[in-house]
Design a protein around this ligand. Sequence first.
Ligand code: NAI
Ligand SMILES: Nc1nc(O)c(N)c(N[C@@H]2O[C@H](COP(=O)(O)O)[C@@H](O)[C@H]2O)n1
Length: 238
Amino acid sequence: MHVVVNAAQSVDGKLATRRREQLRISGAEDFDRVDRVRAAADAVLVGVGTVLADDPHLTLDEEDRRVERLRNGRPGNPARVVADSTGRTPTDARILDDAATTYLLVSPATPVERREALEEAGAEILVVGADESGGDESEDHESGDDGHVDLASGINALAARGVGRLMVEGGGEVIASCFAAGLVDELHVYVGSLVIGGRDAPTLADGEGFTESFPRLDLVGTERLDDGIVLSYEVAGD
Ligand SMILES: NC(=O)C1=CN([C@@H]2O[C@H](COP(=O)(O)OP(=O)(O)OC[C@H]3O[C@@H](n4cnc5c(N)ncnc54)[C@H](O)[C@@H]3O)[C@@H](O)[C@H]2O)C=CC1
Ligand SMILES: Nc1nc(O)c(N)c(N[C@@H]2O[C@H](COP(=O)(O)O)[C@@H](O)[C@H]2O)n1
């Protein structure tokens, strides 16, 4: 599995405001680049925090790209995936419409009735184990969260369904977990020319943070878009 993380942040590393409301950090040129990255992916993954905050659709904006995928025997849109330990995705979330397959990675703690309601709403439920290493409930900022799914197992389940290239769009908790589990191959960060500030605002990699064995990156590209810059990295080998 090849995992590509993409996010837009302010100069001070924030993905959104402390109110966790969606914020336009980049502009039209960068959204077109994001659409290209999505078009190359078999699936796009976000955390349920992003679903609750942004209600994203996670489909392609450009019809030409959808047509090209169909011509190549692929679904018009990449599949959508939510890391959603206890099935908190609302049944009327935009990602549950029929524009693409939507997988919810839930833990065994998700009640059966909740799983059935989400399936009824259009989701394919993949039950994967809980992450033993992360997800300290006591530190989970007012999220009502109760544990994290094991993303490595989730990725294996996706691979078994034909996903070979996964784009991770956020938010900060899920990106941190991907790095902590050593799953990331590429990182693309759009740095917008603004300061958001706020110690409680989400950053590119939240979670517990590293005190050693920091993920090291090789800077492989820079591109000026809109009024900001895209930094492209590959994750360095050992
Ligand atoms: N600027 C950007 O590019 C983006 C910004 N955002 C912003 O990020 C914020 C949402 O980010 P977060 O609150 O960090 O939520 P998140 O989207 O990272 O979701 C975290 C939640 O996912 C669930 N989860 C299940 N398994 C997990 C695992 N293994 N690791 C981590 N989480 C797991 C937990 O319930 C956890 O609370 C919103 O304000 C949104 O607007 C989100 C995506 C992109
Ligand atoms: N790349 C990027 N630039 C910004 O300025 C942003 N605010 C975001 N946010 C994320 O993009 C997703 C929106 O998806 P849809 O347009 O609904 O398909 C969502 O995950 C936002 O958090 N990204």
